[in-house]
Design a protein around this ligand. Structure first.
Ligand code: C2E
Ligand code: CA
Ligand code: CA
Length: 373
């Protein structure tokens, strides 16, 4: 498997993830197939009823049966039209919508934990360009369509309930990778990893115990794990979720509020939530909404919370936010998400630099330094 492909960009407009369906591929064939398969079984069942095998029908029943058979025939003719006049479908659905539909339909049947991988994006402190941790971001290598972005498959995993299994498996993969890096590079600042937790996962009353068991089995201290949760997890008045979040925090796992400002947090409630960090959403940086960014930074300081600004792409964005007092950042300016092998080489490089410059390392505590952008 080629893990070096550029998987680093999100599923936003500029995504390099390949479209899920090749526009040249005949989308109409897929749709007509999707229509024909259930239609064939419906027609089979109606045909059996028509032969009288299940007993005689009343006059009203026969009328209903005839209507159902005529409807099934009309749909079969529609499937033929779609198959032979591809432009009909193309005008109805875009190639991307077609692809998503296809992936949605087969999600449960093609789902295999081994096809999911993690990429890691460094989180840095601006002063000294030190890496303080990595955010683990999931990618799916679909058996026939190649790499698929989390914006597509996470909602599917949530709808089907497979997120429970997938989320814990990804969390374990992140912890195993982190343990290896911590052991191999013990001379560097204790490394940490942030894992995204779906709101749906928080409905599992056993979630706290399951996470604790993973940490114990892998041999990671709770403080090395950060969980990123969106506002809805805190807002939904779900007693199980609130209890789990408090238990996780009491164990020593830090909780990050992801995409802060995009939801509808009640600011008044922020101070009683078990939180350690606010992540300022990229939307504010992208729209240069500096007034809101500054308000969030000040609010966090008042509440004793730390702040990370996400999606930093330019030196200008970095400088403005730094002047407002934000020290921790994440974005393409510093590094795109990279696969675990690239993280290992990055850490090797940092370790080598530390051995070559022991005095400088002693001063900065041996933290990894990123090249200046
Ligand atoms: P998120 O947690 O807000 O993650 C940040 C997203 O922004 C990532 O997209 C990342 O690649 C992208 N990003 C980082 N820096 C920049 C930048 O400078 N510019 C731009 N344009 N984008 C940047 P990605 O990897 O596509 O993930 C999308 C979302 O999918 C994540 O948003 C998160 O909500 C969800 N997700 C990813 N992995 C997981 C997972 O393991 N579990 C769950 N539940 N959700 C996940
Ligand atoms: Ca996140
Ligand atoms: Ca985010």
């Amino acid at each position: 498997m080629n893990m070096t492909c550029d998987m680093s960009i999100s599923s936003q407009a500029s995504s390099p993830f390949k479209p899920l369906i090749d526009p040249s591929e005949d989308a109409s064939l897929f749709i007509s197939h999707e229509l024909r398969t259930p239609l064939a079984s419906l027609q089979g069942a109606l045909g059996l009823i028509n032969t009288g095998q299940f007993g005689e029908l009343s006059a009203q029943g026969r009328e209903l049966l005839n209507t159902a058979m005529r409807s099934a025939d009309r749909l079969t003719r529609l499937a033929s039209v779609i198959e032979h006049q591809p432009y009909t479908m193309k005008s109805l659905l875009s190639a991307e919508e077609m692809g998503i539909l296809q992936v949605e339909n087969e999600f449960t049947s093609v789902f295999n934990l081994e096809d999911f991988y993690l990429y890691y994006q460094p989180i840095v402190t601006v002063q000294g360009r030190q890496v303080i941790g990595f955010e683990a971001l999931a990618r799916w290598h679909h058996p026939t369509k190649g790499w698929i972005a989390p914006a597509v498959f996470i909602p599917l995993a949530e709808q089907t309930g497979l997120i429970h299994q997938l989320g814990l498996d990804l969390l374990e993969k992140a912890c195993v990778a982190l343990r290896t890096w911590q052991q191999t590079f013990s001379e560097l600042t204790p490394l940490t990893v942030s894992v995204n937790l779906s709101t749906v996962q928080l409905r599992d009353p056993q979630l706290f115990e399951k996470i604790r068991a993973i940490l114990e089995a892998v041999g990671i201290v709770p403080s090395a794990l950060k969980l990123e949760i969106t506002e809805s997890a805190f807002i939904e008045n779900d007693i199980i979720a609130q209890k789990t979040l408090r238990q996780l925090q009491q164990l020593g796992i830090q909780l990050y509020l992801d995409d802060f400002g995009t939801g509808y947090s009640s600011l008044a409630r922020l101070h009683d939530l078990p939180l350690n960090m606010l992540k300022i959403d990229r939307a504010f940086v992208l729209t240069r909404n500096w007034a809101i960014s500054e308000a969030v930074i000040n609010l966090a300081a008042k509440l004793g919370l730390d702040v990370i600004a996400e999606g930093i792409e330019t030196v200008e964005e970095m400088t403005i936010l730094q002047a407002m007092g934000c020290q921790k950042m994440q974005g393409y300016l510093f590094s795109k998400p990279v696969d675990g092998n690239v993280v290992t080489s990055l850490l090797h490089q940092q370790s080598l630099q530390r051995r070559l410059q022991p005095q400088a390392a002693a001063v900065d505590g041996g933290a990894m330094a990123l090249a200046k952008p």
